[in-house]
Design a protein around this ligand. Sequence first.
Ligand code: AHG
Ligand code: MN
Ligand code: MN
Length: 339
Amino acid sequence: MRSTSHGMTLTQHLIEEQRKHNNNNITANLRLLIEVISRACRLISYHVSRGALGEAYGSSNKKNIQGEIQKKVDILANSILLEANEWGGNLSAMASEEMEDIHLIPDCFPKGDYLLLFDPLDGSSNIDVNVSVGTIFSVLPYLEGNIPTETSFLQKGSHQVAAGYFVYGPQISLVLTTGYGVNCFTLDRELGSWILTHRNLRIPPDTLEYAINTSNQRHWYAPVQRYIKELIEGEDAARKADFNMRWIASMVSDVHRILHRGGIFMYPADKRTPNKPGKLRLMYEANPMAFIVEQAGGAATNGKNRILDIQPQSLHERVAVFLGSKNEVDRVTRYHLEG
Ligand code: AHG
Ligand code: MN
Ligand code: MN
């Protein structure tokens, strides 16, 4: 594989992949779609970096479909992604964590073979304190030909043809999978190009680092209580090792750390909301992250089942999430299955 003196760009990488795999899964249209998303997210990163200097700072005082107060930048990031992706001709519809209903491609634009889902700004509670946030996206196939409905989106995560996330942090990163491993690109802000900087990321199967919001501990079910208790007890007890804890409260940043050095991320269901399992959203957060993590050799379950095998029942449904280093995810999943 050849690259320019500036390194391999996202476009070059996708064309190489397209050729290597004979257009299997990575088509020219999918490549163009990913390029449009990456341009839109470059713009989002600009607005995020403006912080208090920009117009999209602070709360909008409006609530989204999730019942959460939206930041102004949640709304801005959502409109940037909608606008950028409407005209490209690669999509039939979009769905967003910030919108109650799906967004059809307007009649004036051509339609394509894909559906796009996104969390326009993940971790937005952190944004006003200058902690890394990001955008998560998922691409599903759409081959039905007629006008898509919400049901068209209710496909298992295993149907995804691409997924990725952007981190707006000290560096702007794009982590992407099209089903052939996971690669990380860094935005060269001067050139405006995404350069491949981390090829074929692999999550080590073992780890001594975990991520969970322990303020919810009293609400957890027994299997999570058991697992975390053992981690905290450290080397004098069952696990015979000391574990470290990190919780950034931006899923993109926590998953990014795990992709680079291993770890387990957990957002379990808890007793407060038995009919609303967990906090994270299956379609906008859990599925794309599970696809990426599995492609990097890790595992992702809802405590009992593989996340990518869950049949979604509704667009905004929530799910418990355990993902990251395989042996730890397997262990906490086993604790759930043992009851
Ligand atoms: P979002 O900002 O898109 O609503 O997502 C926030 C999510 C996720 O990024 C993070 O892992 C989790 O919420 C943090 O939850 P706590 O507030 O319980 O720490
Ligand atoms: Mn989110
Ligand atoms: Mn969000």
